[in-house]
Design a protein around this ligand. Structure first.
Ligand code: HEM
Length: 258
């Protein structure tokens, strides 16, 4: 059982946590029963209002966002659809991968178009996510109370770049193999986790490079690893963070440039 002094201390800590910047940026209103919080719970409920209930007039202009976030999302959807279609023709083995890509180009009806649609959409998603981040930065929309959504955005940017990187190996051509060799060699220079990095605490047999490759060279284990990451783990993680991202846009409303 807690003593009165301990209970007092605990509620002080609770109050401190709840008034901290981290807490208030994540949880926008509490659940006390006041007219204000009752209103917030209805107006900011994403199931009842998919868009923010009120937005400043200036943010409704196309030139405010250029729909860059929306375009990033659009290309993510195109990538998901074309990616699933590509999975019908692609086998992630060192014997089959390259030939399957060639079959897509020369034997499958509209295979070349499908492949190019996926590749160009990937380039455009990276292009628009960087543009979107620049827009958010230039309009100072990262400022409180949107700092949590900025952090979610940074995670989305990282996931987008890793999605792009992991897809690069799958054609299993010379460009892919050597690009991933160079990229994963950089992992060896990671502080702490890389065998050649500063403050190393791991050996060459279990460092960041070894884990990424599934061995010491780009090979079958790497191809399978990248395939699973590219087709399952990363798209699922990106979808989950996008849901949180959109939910926050609804909760926070659009920022007026400041
Ligand atoms: C997969 C990547 C991303 C998608 C699909 C996405 C999508 C969106 C969408 C649709 C909006 C609504 C307004 C608009 O279209 O501009 C938005 C707002 C926002 N995004 Fe992103 N975003 C992504 C990445 C990022 C990144 C990398 C950052 C920053 C590091 C970021 C930070 C923000 C912030 C702070 C807002 C609120 C802006 C405001 O209130 O004006 N997002 N995002």
């Amino acid at each position: 059982m807690l003593s009165d002094a301990q209970k007092q201390k605990l509620s002080e800590i609770k109050a401190q946590v709840k008034s901290s910047q981290v807490w208030t940026s994540i949880f926008r209103h509490d659940f006390s029963d006041t007219p204000r919080t009752r209103l917030d719970r209805i107006f900011k409920n994403v199931w009842l209002h998919l868009h923010p209930v009120r937005i400043p007039r200036i943010t409704a202009r196309l030139t405010h966002t250029f729909c860059l976030g929306g375009l990033t999302f659009f290309f993510f959807i195109v990538l998901t659809v074309t990616g699933v279609l590509l999975m019908f023709y692609y086998r992630p083995t060192v014997e089959a991968a390259y030939n399957d890509m060639k079959d897509l180009e020369f034997a499958v009806t509209l295979g070349m178009f499908l492949r190019n649609l996926h590749r160009w959409s990937a380039h455009l998603m990276v292009f628009f996510v960087i543009g979107h981040m620049a827009r958010v930065f230039l309009t100072a929309s990262y400022k409180p109370p949107r700092e949590f959504n900025w952090v979610v955005g940074v995670i989305l940017l990282t996931l987008t770049l890793i999605l792009s990187f992991s897809g690069y190996l799958l054609p299993w051509d010379q460009l892919a193999i050597w690009a991933i060799t160079v990229g994963t060699n950089m992992a060896a220079a990671t502080p702490l986790m890389g065998a050649e990095g500063p403050f190393t605490i791991v050996s060459v047999d279990n460092d960041a490079r070894f884990i990424t490759l599934g061995g010491h060279f780009v090979g079958q284990a790497t191809l399978l690893r990248f395939y699973v990451l590219h087709c399952i783990a990363l798209p699922l993680a990106a979808s989950a963070f996008m849901i949180v991202h959109f939910w926050r846009v609804n909760k926070d409303g659009f920022a007026v440039p400041s």
